[in-house]
Design a protein around this ligand. Structure first.
Ligand SMILES: C[S@@+](CC[C@H](N)C(=O)[O-])C[C@H]1O[C@@H](n2cnc3c(N)ncnc32)[C@H](O)[C@@H]1O
Length: 412
């Protein structure tokens, strides 16, 4: 097929990203102007709510309407390219339902992350989540194809991305595999960037990054589509990484960390409570971004489900790994909370959200974090100091909140 001339559209996208304050440097602007996004979006799904309110996905390609296809490609939008781990728009018929498993992320997000990487000429980068390969191509344009490695877990997605990259002129190092392990063969990297969301940053990435190098990845709830933050960490000489959340982002979860939706009789799973009390913190608070982020720091891995029974709503939190639950039902202007299992999920969440509220509800960018060989630590306020002998905290008075999540044990 002849290649449509998208020059004006590429320049238009660059203008749009610049006006939004996302595109800030000439080198990245050149990349946006010169990398043809249509090569990576030969077909994709356009979504719209169906009659039942659930999204329906309609295949779009040059065969459906070439003008519409090309115009949409250059919209600042995320386009889904795979549903349910196998359905692609070139083989699908008509509007269909499904769960997005691969996409070309909205250019504002990809380019904003690239800018946040603070790259310099000659640096090497490892990308996790090749997807269509568009973001990989931008990295190749900026750093050179030899300096970029990209890992994609889905073999078919990886094959398509590789083809598209080759067609566009980038013979870069694309790898099919689980990016949570990084790619030791080409390590160390100056930069690691993930375009899928993580419950935690794998320590393997810290090991595979040069001291002084940067890791940029979305962390937070894998059970919810919001409440996630973009973590920017600098790797230190001592083999730890430290940094902060620099803003909100939202990505599809890394596959191995994706949460299986809860099913079955939820009321039965929450039948035997160890405690019951009233709370004045509404679970609706968790509909907001920052409380949702905090909830996952306080009760990592907990899933929130709303269920209707006997004409009233129950909000459940389940932590399948630790076999703990909290069940909340409205009771006048308060809520009744029943909790069971080895950890009191709602106690932990309430404590975190209440402390955050008392501290004046600081933004997600106030969250600092560190990754060590043993754990992830998150904190708001205060400062962690580590010397040869011990680790201690400065600024205890203004120190508001702190969590430590040990890395999960390695399984055989
Ligand atoms: C949002 S898409 C990537 C967007 C892509 N960077 C682009 O611009 O087109 C996320 C991708 O991450 C991939 N992915 C999920 N878990 C992964 C893992 N553990 N390792 C590598 N890739 C993963 C998915 O298969 C999906 O293709």
């Amino acid at each position: 097929m002849t290649r449509p001339d998208s020059t004006a559209l590429r320049h238009g996208l660059a203008d749009c990203l610049e006006q939004r304050g996302v595109l800030r440097t000439a080198a990245w602007r050149k990349a946006v102007q010169e990398v043809p996004r249509e090569q990576f979006l030969r077909s994709f799904f356009k979504d719209a709510p169906g009659p039942d309110g659930h999204l329906r996905y309609t295949p779009i390609s040059p065969d459906t309407d070439e003008d519409e296809w090309l115009t949409l490609v250059y919209r600042n939008e995320t386009w889904v390219t795979q549903l349910d781990g196998h359905l692609t728009a070139d083989t699908a018929d008509g509007p269909l339902t499904g769960f997005p498993t691969s996409s070309s992320t909205m250019p504002a997000t990809v380019v904003g992350m690239n800018e946040a990487l603070d790259v310099e000429d000659g640096m090497t980068a490892l990308e996790i989540g090749t997807g269509t390969g568009y973001s990989t191509a931008l990295l190749c344009h900026r750093l050179g194809e030899d300096n970029v490695t990209s890992v994609e877990v889905d073999p078919e997605v990886a094959r398509r991305a590789d083809d598209a990259l080759e067609t566009t002129g980038y013979s870069t190092w694309t790898v099919t595999g689980d990016g949570l392990l990084g790619h030791p063969r080409r390590a160390p990297y100056d930069r690691i960037v993930a375009t899928c969301a993580l419950r935690r940053i794998p320590y393997a990435w810290v090991r595979q990054t040069e001291p002084g190098g940067i890791i940029l990845a979305t962390v937070g709830p894998s059970a919810w589509s919001y409440g996630t933050g973009l973590a920017k960490l600098t790797v230190k000489d001592d083999g730890t990484a430290e940094g902060r959340i620099i803003g909100r982002t939202s990505f599809m979860p890394a596959r191995a960390q994706a949460v299986v939706p809860l099913s079955g009789d939820l009321a039965a799973r929450a039948a035997y409570a160890d405690s019951e009390r009233k709370t004045s913190l509404s679970p609706d608070t968790l509909d907001d971004w920052m409380p949702a982020f905090l909830a996952q720091l306080a009760a990592p891995g907990a899933q929130l489900v709303r269920a209707l029974g006997d004409n009233r709503e129950t909000v459940y939190l389940f932590d399948a790994r630790r076999e703990a639950f909290a069940a909340l039902t409205a009771d006048g202007d308060q809520w009744n909370v029943r909790q069971g299992g080895p950890v009191a999920l709602w106690d932990a969440i309430e404590e975190a959200v209440t402390a955050w509220q008392k501290a004046g509800e600081p933004d997600i960018t106030s969250v600092r974090m560190a990754v060590t060989p043993d754990a992830h630590a998150y904190w708001i306020g205060g400062q962690q100091i580590t010397d040869d002998r011990r680790s201690y905290w400065l600024g205890q008075k203004e120190h508001v909140l702190r969590w430590k999540h040990p890395h999960p044990p390695l399984t055989a």
